[in-house]
Design a protein around this ligand. Structure first.
Ligand code: CO
Length: 210
C-alpha cells in the first residue's frame, strides 16, 4: 500500500527493455529533448499520448487536462504552449480529444459536480454555440461524440489565437495545429481535417466554427 512495489518492478523492466534495444538511449535523452510535437489531450487514463502514436520518450511534449481544453487564462496550458513553441520549437501542435469523453458528457447533462463545473463551463459554452446542430441529434451517445469533435475544433481555434502561436506565424515559422479525435473502442485516431498552418487559415476556421 505504501510503496507500490509492482510499479517500480514494471519500471525496471521497461527501462531494461529500452536499454537493451539502445544502450545509450537514456544517456542521450538526459542531456536534451527535441520533440517535434506538442500533444494537448484529455487526462483520461485510456488515452496515453505517447503510446497511441507509438513514439518514444523525447519525441512528444505533452499537456493533458480534463476534456483537452485550451483556456485563454489557463497559465498551466499556456506555459506549456509557450515552452513548446518558443524553446523546443515544435513543428506541430496536436489537440486530441476522444469519443465518449466523461467531461464532455457531464457538461452536456448539466449536472452539478462541484469545482469542476467551472472548468466544464467552457464546454457548456461550446455546446451552447452549436445548440441547433446538437439538439437535432436524438441519440445521446451520438450527441456526446459530436460535441467531443466540436470541442476539439474549438480548442484548435484557441491554440491558434494564443500570442505564442500568432508570434511564431508572424516570424514565418513552420508551425501546424491539428485537430484529432481518438476512439476508445478500437484504439484508432481520426483526423478532423481542421489543420491550420498560418494566421489566415486560423481566422477562416474560427469564422467557419462560430
Ligand atoms: Co475525456
Amino acid at each position: 500500500m505504501r510503496t507500490l512495489k509492482h510499479l517500480f518492478e514494471q519500471n525496471r523492466d521497461w527501462a531494461k527493455a529500452i536499454s537493451t534495444r539502445d544502450p545509450l538511449f537514456f544517456q542521450k535523452l538526459s542531456t536534451q529533448q527535441a520533440p517535434e510535437y506538442l500533444w494537448i489531450g484529455c487526462a483520461d487514463s485510456r488515452v496515453p499520448a505517447n503510446e497511441i502514436v507509438g513514439v518514444l520518450p523525447g519525441e512528444m511534449f505533452v499537456h493533458r487536462n480534463v476534456a483537452n481544453l485550451v483556456i485563454h487564462t489557463d497559465f498551466n496550458c499556456l506555459s506549456v504552449i509557450e515552452f513548446a513553441v518558443s524553446v523546443l520549437q515544435v513543428k506541430h501542435i496536436i489537440v486530441c480529444g476522444h469519443y465518449n469523453c466523461g467531461g464532455v458528457r457531464a457538461a452536456m447533462r448539466d449536472m452539478r459536480l462541484g469545482l469542476i463545473d467551472n472548468w466544464l463551463r467552457h464546454l457548456r459554452d461550446v455546446h451552447q454555440r452549436h445548440r441547433t446542430e446538437l439538439d437535432a441529434i436524438a441519440d445521446e451517445n451520438v450527441r456526446v461524440d459530436r460535441l467531443c469533435e466540436l470541442n476539439v475544433i474549438e480548442q484548435v481555434v484557441n491554440v491558434c489565437q494564443t500570442t505564442m502561436v500568432q508570434a511564431a506565424w508572424e516570424q514565418g515559422r513552420a508551425l501546424a495545429i491539428h485537430g484529432w479525435i481518438y476512439s476508445l473502442t478500437d484504439g484508432l485516431l481520426h483526423d478532423l481535417n481542421v489543420g491550420v498552418t498560418n494566421a489566415s487559415e486560423a481566422l477562416a476556421l474560427s469564422n467557419r466554427n462560430h
